[in-house]
Design a protein around this ligand. Structure first.
Ligand code: SF4
Length: 49
């Protein structure tokens, strides 16, 4: 797994602005064909308890 920098610090997998999930899933965000990063989203996001 390569290092993944992620600024979503409210995610439970985020430690020091890096993702520590064993694997992440990224999907299109409300579009059938993404043409920029705004049209993608991390499905693995889990809110901190
Ligand atoms: S699971 Fe997704 S949102 Fe959470 S730290 Fe990893 S890349 Fe960021």
């Amino acid at each position: 797994m390569p290092s993944i920098k992620c600024s979503v610090t409210e995610c439970d997998y985020n430690k020091a602005v890096e993702c520590h999930a064993p694997m992440i899933q990224v999907d299109r965000n409300n579009s059938s064909s993404a043409s920029n990063s705004d049209q993608t989203k991390c499905e693995t996001f889990k809110p901190k308890m």
